[in-house]
Design a protein around this ligand. Structure first.
Ligand code: PBG
Ligand code: ZN
Length: 338
């Protein structure tokens, strides 16, 4: 006979439930949304089954539904109408995201509004920053079309990010979430908010955002695939982990209230280290590609969607995430309730 029998602790659901260490709750999840101009619009995103671009009326309705399921926070992305090289619509007072924040704030009580702060949805070239011509002759990547040699102007981009953040704070955002991976973006935004009377608007920083292969569906949703080059000069190299901790540490020093690791699943070690090292809230973004992998596998009958999603979300929480941004949030909250 085996002297220790760990299996005694697994013998039935009641016993297992007595000491299960990790619980995901609706309040741990943040639901992302894509908001589009117009009325009664619900445009499916082909590469993300079950996710839609919603006009404001439908968005308000959906937020009421997720609130009833216990979700307390949303992350909103705006779909641009006109794109240009400098992303001018991104900070327009009449932009769809600005209008949406104002209306959500006015019509729905007790929902935490977080807004995406980036240029890529609003630039014609699709980059998260201002593109400049470079005289340095790099080897030309196959994908480059218009400008042969270019770089992203970090500091010029900071000015635009600050303007975007301010335009969201003015409409009532609780947190702004800069996703551009420019150096100093948290400080630039913190200063702009503080200097304009928005000391209480927080920053959820995409601190360790990797140049991931799992962003394709999102880029379809926003129409923001870079038309030249890629995002590897500003997003992180997935071979590195110490650098993620430096990024996170810098963002905390610059004034981030919540730090984020993105994507989540291939980066559970980063989430774990971030939580061990820093005592600030850590968010993980279970992104579009991770979402669609599960959706498509479930459609093919390879996994039970509910079971797979709950396992994935629990693993992200177990790694150390306090908050999980996930397109599964609404469905998962429904499953957790029943
Ligand atoms: C761009 C941005 C991306 C995501 C959020 N903001 C994609 C990218 O960097 O190309 C990804 C969201 C997701 O994976 O669902 N600033
Ligand atoms: Zn971007």
């Amino acid at each position: 006979m085996a002297p220790l029998k760990l299996r005694r602790l697994r013998s039935n659901a009641q016993i297992r439930g007595l000491f299960s260490q990790t619980q995901i709750l609706a309040k741990n999840m943040i639901m992302p949304y894509f908001v589009i101009e117009g009325k009664n619009k619900r445009e499916p995103i082909k590469t993300m089954p079950g996710v839609y671009r919603l006009s404001l009326d439908n968005l308000l309705q959906d937020i009421r539904e997720i609130k009833n399921l216990g979700i307390r926070a949303i992350l909103v992305f705006g779909i641009a109408q006109k794109k240009d090289a400098k992303a001018t619509e991104s900070y327009s007072k009449t932009g769809i995201l600005q209008k949406a924040v104002k209306e959500i704030r006015r019509q729905i009580k007790d929902i935490v509004i977080i807004t995406d702060v980036c240029l890529c949805g609003y630039t014609d070239h699709g980059h998260c920053g201002i593109v400049k011509k470079s005289n340095i002759k790099y080897q030309k990547p196959k994908t480059q079309t218009k400008i042969k040699n270019f770089y992203i102007d970090n500091d010029e981009t900071l000015e635009i990010l600050a303007k975007i953040a301010l335009s969201h704070a003015e409409r009532g955002a609780d947190f702004v979430a800069p996703s551009a991976m420019m150096d100093g973006q948290v400080k630039a935004i913190r200063d702009a908010l503080d200097n304009n009377g928005f000391q209480n608007t927080g920053i959820l920083a995409y601190s360790a955002k990797y140049a991931s292969n799992f962003y394709g569906p999102f880029r379809e949703a926003l129409g923001c695939s870079p038309k030249l080059g890629d995002r590897k000069t500003y997003q992180m190299d997935y071979r590195n982990s110490d650098e993620a901790l430096r990024e996170i540490g810098e963002d905390i020093d610059e004034g981030a209230d919540i730090v984020m690791v993105k994507p989540a699943l291939s980066y559970l070690d980063i989430i774990y280290r971030a939580k061990q090292r820093f005592n600030v809230p850590v968010a993980a973004y279970n992104g579009c590609g991770e979402y669609s992998l599960v959706k498509l596998a479930a459609q093919k009958g390879l996994v039970s969607e509910k079971d797979a999603v709950l396992e994935i979300l629990t693993s992200i929480k177990r790694a150390g995430a306090d908050l999980i941004i996930t397109y599964h949030a609404k469905e998962a909250a429904g499953w957790l309730k029943n």
